[in-house]
Each structure stands twice: as C-alpha cells, then as structure tokens.
Design a protein around this ligand. Structure first.
Ligand code: IPM
Ligand code: MG
Length: 490
C-alpha cells in the first residue's frame, strides 16, 4: 500500500453503532456526538435502540436480533446508559453485550483534575482493568435447599490470562510503570488462586514493568487512602466493578469516567455511571463520562488525532471552570452550565490545550492491542471421588451414620461439611448448621481412582434411602494434584 492510499484509507468514515439509551442517555449522547463530529471524527453511524423501550416490548435481554447484526457489522459500539426495569426476568444488557461479544477487558481510567474538580487525591492517575466476562457475573444461581442459595464463581485460566496480558500490554503501550493485581486468594485458593498464579506467570514476561499482588481488602484500603501509589490495576470482575466505582469517585466523580470494553473482535465504549432517570430531560447531565469513552473509541479506531483534540478541549473546558451542576464548586468554577452549553463550551475550545492540567497526545493512527494466549498442554485429569450435596434437617452425626451405611466398600465417606466447615467426623457442637451439607466420598482407605459407575451407584443408593442429592461435584486430580479444596477444620 502506498503512503498516499494509506492516508486516504484513514480518512474513510469508520462504521460505528450508537445507542442513545435511557434516562439522561439521549442528552449526553447528543452532546458527545456533536463534540466529536465538530472535532472531525470520521464516522458512519448506525443507530440501534436498546434498553427500556425494548424490554417493554417483552424482550428480556433489552436488545433485538437486528441490533446484534449491526454490532457484528461495525464491531464498534458507543453506548449510552440504559435502565434495566426492576423485577424479575430482565437481564442486564451491559452484561449480556459484554459476554456475548467476548468483551473481556474493561478499561476504566480514573484520573483527578485537581484543583478544578474537588478531590482528596490530587495526584491520582489509576487505570482499572477489570475482567469482564467471568467470576460471579456468570449469573448461575440456584436455590438448593429451603435455607440455602448459591451463586457459582467461575474463573478460567484463559479468561484470566487474556485480561492480565491486556493489562501488561496496555501498561507498555501507554508508558505506565506498574501493574498491581488484587485477589482474595488467601480464601479462594483455587478461583482467585488461578488469577493470581497467571498474574505471576505473565508478569515474569514483562521485566520492564513492575508488578505486585495485594489481597483485595488491604489493596482496596490502600487504593482509597493513597491512590497515587497505583498505576494499572488488574482485577477479577466483581472486585473490579466495586473498586472502579471507588476509584472514579475518589478521583473526583463517577460522572467523569469513561470505559472501554475490549474484545478481540468487537469493542464497546460507555460511561461508567448509570442512566440517572431523575435527571433526564432537564439539560443538566454531565456528558463527560460518555465523551471520555468516545475518546477511548476514537483511539481504538485509529483516529488518535481527533481523540487528542477532543480530550484536550475537554480538559481546557474543565480548567476554565465551565462545569455542570455535579462538579460545580464556587471556589473554582466560573460558570454553571447545562448539558448543551457544556458541549458548546468544549466545541469552542477544539484546537486548544489545557494550560495547567496535563495535555494528552494519542498516536495519530494505531492498532488496538491484540492478545495471544500462550500454548499450554492439557493436564491429565483423573476422577478420585465425589462431593454430594444433600438437604438434611438432623444433626451431623445422624447424617454421618446414615451415609456410612449407604457408602459401599469402594467409595468411603471421608467427611461432611456445613457451609464449608467440617462437622463430621469429629465436629464441634458450637458450629452452627443449616440444612445444606457437602458429603465427600473418596476411594477406600488409601484413595485412588474411582469410576463414574461407582458414583452413579452411590447416588442411586442415596435416592433409594431418601437422601437425594441436590448436586454433585466430581473430585479430580490434574497431573496428580488435587483440583478441589479441603474442608475448613479438616
Ligand atoms: C458497571 C455497572 C454494571 C456492572 C451493571 C449495570 C450491570 O455497574 O458497568 O460497572 O455491574 O458491571
Ligand atoms: Mg459498576
């Protein structure tokens, strides 16, 4: 390709899909599009409808099949916030879009704009990169007994690896020096444990970037207290959801943060705040979160020149004290403006740079970060037992005795736990028990492999004895290492 044709190609409008959303969505989207178009964004926009109106037509996902076609066609989605109707049956559209389109990394820059936006942390510049598809967000929940409800937490090695690699690649591309990882692997040794393990493995491939792991409770406390000590943070989904709100809020306001949901094919850009229905239709909402998401989008589609122009004009507007009600503060603000006036103020500053805040300078053209997972050999998996979950309203001893009678010679009852605490054999009378018991069976006295047939026969005997299983979990070893946790107190 000649330089000339390359230049021409980058001037071609890039197809994107836009959704105006609910609540304040339409107003902030209009303001955002107006600004980026005035800055020269080269876009061919397809508009889709999502959210309330679609839910109200009885579509529980909030998005119609034709909209998926648009997203698959354009692969770039600029999305305003939507309202998920209350009450059962409606699924979060955000989560559906992220998971359906494989948007594995949620990138949330949380930056302070001191002294123009009040914050206790003037030096803060943290990018939260949150895993976006797994963890407790699977939404796989069950009521298993009269008393107990369960949500499955699924963390995968490839899911963790692509997110963590993205974090390190992001750090390299944007000149950041450190990647921190927060997990709770002192408790969840297997799920959070694999996330942490993969973090250590990947970190070793980036010796130029500092890395650290913190247990999430103390990590969160340190982030809230001294965010300037952090740079990029990678986290599993739920911790990332919580801590990105904390980080955005202590930087100044959740209302100012944009986010990029990055997949290998498609990417979605949105504000991190919600649809604020109470503020809708009043021309008061701050469009900054969505505008900064649109800046991330412009960088993603290779229009970094336009992204820099928009971002710098926005910084200058903030610095000039032109503020919407949510960040208005008489000591630094010069004018309280509405959504439309704020957009006009940014447009009138296109081409200008901030004088006190740090100006941005995105590469004019650039390819999105792409991630390749490391090849891995599948480990040898062997069945060595089964955890059978049952409902029982008696004592641990009475259940233990019954199960020992039912267990055969090939599968022995090893222990019973209640909410993870060992209660049989040798439980403590103080342990509070509910009606949900995990009963572990393993091969004979010396362990060893068991067969599925042996397990099925055990389950049949349990059903016949009036203790039907709620569910079972196979106990496997992988290359000889147990793939299951032990009971607390075992
Ligand atoms: C976010 C939001 C979403 C989430 C909700 C709306 C499903 O809080 O983008 O952080 O939990 O991920
Ligand atoms: Mg959230």
């Amino acid at each position: 390709m000649t330089d000339e044709s390359k230049g021409k190609q980058s001037l071609q409008p890039v197809p994107i899909t836009v959704a105006y959303g609910d609540g304040i969505g339409p107003e902030i989207m209009e303001a955002t599009l107006q600004i980026i178009k005035a800055a020269g964004a080269r876009l061919a926009i397809e508009t889709i409808q999502i959210g309330e109106a679609v839910y109200n037509r009885g579509i529980t996902s909030g998005i119609e099949p034709s909209s998926w076609d648009s997203l698959r066609r354009t692969r770039v989605f600029l999305k305003a916030p939507i309202t998920t109707p209350e009450g059962g049956g409606f699924k979060s559209l955000n989560v559906t879009v992220r998971k359906t389109l494989g948007l594995f990394a949620n990138v949330r820059p949380c930056l302070s704009y001191s002294p123009f936006v009040a914050t206790k942390h003037p030096g803060m510049d943290v990018v939260i990169i949150r895993e976006n598809e797994e963890d407790l967000y699977g939404g796989i929940e069950h009521r298993q007994t009269d008393e107990v409800f369960q949500c499955l937490k699924l963390i995968s090695r490839p899911g963790s690896e692509r997110l963590i690699r993205y974090g390190f690649e992001y750090a390299r591309r944007y000149g950041r020096h450190k990647v921190s990882c927060f997990t709770k692997d002192n408790i969840m040794k297997m799920t959070d444990g694999i996330f942490h393990k993969v973090f250590e493995e990947v970190a070793a491939e980036y010796p130029d970037i500092e890395s650290e792991h913190l247990i999430v409770d103390i990590g969160a406390a340190k982030l809230a207290d001294s965010p300037e000590k952090f740079d990029v943070i990678v986290l599993p989904n739920l911790y990332g959801d919580i801590l990105s709100d904390v980080a955005a809020q202590i930087a100044g306001s959740v209302g100012l943060a944009g986010s990029a949901n990055i997949g290998s094919e498609v990417a979605m850009f949105e504000a991190i705040h919600g649809s604020a229905p109470k503020r809708a239709g009043q021309n008061v909402a701050n469009p900054s979160g969505l505008l900064l998401a649109a800046v991330q989008m412009l960088v993603h589609i290779g229009q970094g020149d336009v992204a820099s122009k928009v971002h710098n004009a926005w910084l200058r507007t903030i610095e000039d004290g032109i503020h919407t009600y949510d960040i208005y503060n008489p000591s630094v603000s010069t004018e309280k403006v509405g959504t439309r006036e704020f957009a006009s103020a940014v447009i009138s500053r296109l081409g200008k740079k901030p004088e006190k805040l740090k100006a941005v300078n995105y590469p004019a053209e650039g390819k999105p970060i792409s991630i390749r997972l490391k090849e891995r050999r599948k480990q040898t998996k062997q069945l060595v037992g089964v955890d059978v979950f049952v409902e029982w309203n008696g004592s641990p001893e009475s259940l233990g005795k019954r199960l020992e009678e039912i267990a055969g010679s090939d599968l022995a009852l090893l222990m019973i736990t209640n909410r993870g605490t060992k209660v049989y054999p040798g439980g403590m009378p103080e342990t509070f028990c509910v009606d949900h018991w995990r009963c572990r069976f393993q091969a004979g006295a010396n362990g060893g492999n068991v067969t599925h047939e042996q397990i099925i026969s055990l389950l049949s005997r349990l059903v016949a004895s009036g203790i039907p299983p709620i569910k079972t979990e196979g106990l496997f070893t992988f290359d000889g290492q147990p793939g299951f946790s032990l009971g607390q107190g075992q």
